[in-house]
Design a protein around this ligand. Structure first.
Ligand SMILES: [Zn+2]
Length: 471
């Protein structure tokens, strides 16, 4: 998933003094939720050494302990992928005519090396108001909240009109891995069928002082696509260098990529976002947002927004070198040099158009640019209708009066890219407010505010109830 980055002062409630915090601290189920969250974080689910199936089994055990019958809680394991399983579960609704609400979360995490981290990434640490650990933010908090929701609803005898479904999946974080959400669409379409699905995507935004700026809702997201730059060469002895060198050719092409910016694009999602944020941030940045909305060619205004990495990414397709491999011996001229370029493609732009542009930017026929793998179809985003937004605004207003709900274009990508094309409109909202630096998602020392997680739990518990009783 992605993250938000906003430098602004807003007149919002300061984290630490709201009704939700008091409600959460009163909750007798909070310790149980925390144990669920801890168990998920402490189950390593990285692709290299982890086991999503084990995480799914552990969550299934919690649901069964809460009274769910075996028939309604199912661990699935895709053939040939014993450790990349997941879980589907359901709380049955009373109306046979109304379609279900699906709570979707991936439980796999990005790789984390113990030697690089300050603390063990697969132990949940609580320090200075933060939870630390891989997946604490992306996205085991929300996954644990989904499980906890089902436990609470069952415990209190909640009888929703619509069925409430849960899907925990694997393979979201690794482009080349088997994607659990995609697998469910292909193999368990009926089991996950829903009026709408809720998952990760965007969060609440805090400024550096911990003030809430806005609660974001995912209106559209970019597509993640890898491209490979490769140069091959006859090579030779390193004592006799020649000008034609695979590493240098690749390095020059990468340098050109580093200096290239894709053109600014506007669509409904980033228009809605900048329109909403312009009022919130005000000043030079707010004025620049309005100027870009009026004229995407306003280079001075674009330059102001580009200083913010998140806004920069929301305005265009981006491509960046992420991996490099070259040479075969320290005393040989390289026969091969290869780089992975990860692009985040603006909604609606074909993969092939970006391929053509990268070829143009590489500007060297010896650099072969290719698409190594394609991950799922590209579909238009699900529309953010009042039926979707109203419950979010209602619960947000209860918990955080005065904090605006703002649609956003997410530079990252989520499993929505698999469900939307399958006809299950999927929205990203968490109610978890995160620090402006993103909290180390995908990086080192991933963290999230303890209070934010507990508030997110209250938010999502109430939100799913509202959707489940919508006619
Ligand atoms: Zn994620």
């Amino acid at each position: 998933m992605g993250l938000r980055f906003v430098r602004a002062a807003g007149a919002c409630a300061v984290l630490g003094c709201c009704a939700a915090a008091h409600a959460a601290s009163d909750d007798a189920g909070l310790a149980r939720f925390r144990a669920t969250y801890q168990e998920l974080v402490q189950t390593n689910t990285s692709l290299s050494a982890g086991d999503c199936t084990l995480a799914a089994e552990r969550m299934a055990a919690r649901l069964k302990a809460a009274g769910y019958p075996d028939a309604d809680v199912r661990v699935f394991v895709p053939e040939g992928h014993p450790k990349e399983g997941g879980l589907i579960a359901v709380l049955h609704g009373s109306s046979p005519k109304l379609k279900a609400i699906l709570m979707l979360a991936h439980v796999d995490v990005v790789e984390a090396k113990r030697e690089d981290w300050t603390r063990d990434p697969f132990t949940l640490f609580e320090e200075n108001g933060y939870f630390y650990g891989r997946g604490t933010s992306d996205m085991k908090a929300q996954a644990a909240i989904w499980v906890d929701n089902l436990v609470r609803y069952r415990e209190e005898g909640f009888k929703p009109k619509r069925s409430i479904k849960l899907a925990l999946t694997c393979g979201e974080e690794t482009n080349s891995a088997l994607n659990g959400a995609g697998w469910l669409v292909d193999h368990e379409r009926a089991a996950i069928d829903a009026e709408l699905a809720l998952t990760e995507g965007v969060d609440g935004v805090l400024d550096a002082s911990g003030k809430r700026i806005a609660l974001e809702v995912l209106a559209a997201e970019k597509i993640s696509q890898n491209y490979v730059f490769e140069v091959t060469n006859p090579g030779g002895h390193s004592s006799r260098p020649v000008p034609d060198n695979a590493i240098y050719a690749l390095a020059r092409a990468l340098d050109r990529v580093s200096r290239y910016e894709f053109p600014v694009q506007l669509d409904d999602a980033n228009r809605a976002y900048f329109t909403g944020m312009a009022k919130i941030v005000g000043g030079e940045q707010g004025a620049a947002m309005m100027a870009v909305l009026a004229n995407p060619g306003d280079r001075a205004a674009v330059a102001v927004l580009d200083k913010n990495v998140d806004w920069h990414a929301m305005l265009r397709t981006t491509c960046v070198a992420t991996m490099l491999a070259a040479g075969h011996a320290t005393n040989a001229l390289p026969q091969r040099a290869r780089a992975n370029i990860n692009c985040r493609i603006f909604p609606g732009v074909p993969r092939e158009a970006v391929l053509a542009q990268l070829n143009e930017v590489a500007a060297d026929p010896t650099v072969k640019v290719s698409i190594p793998e394609v991950r799922g179809p590209i579909a238009p985003p699900a529309p953010l209708t009042p039926k979707i937004l109203k419950p979010i605004e209602t619960v947000a207003h209860e918990l955080w009066p005065g904090v605006p709900v703002v649609p956003a274009l997410e530079p990252g990508a989520s499993d929505a890219q698999f469900l939307n094309p399958a006809g299950i409109p999927t929205y990203g909202v968490s109610g978890i407010f995160v620090d402006p630096d993103g909290g180390g998602i995908h990086g080192l020392n991933e963290r999230v505010r303890v209070q934010s997680v507990y508030e997110g739990r209250t938010f999502l518990y109430r939100l799913v109830k509202l959707y489940a009783n919508q006619s």
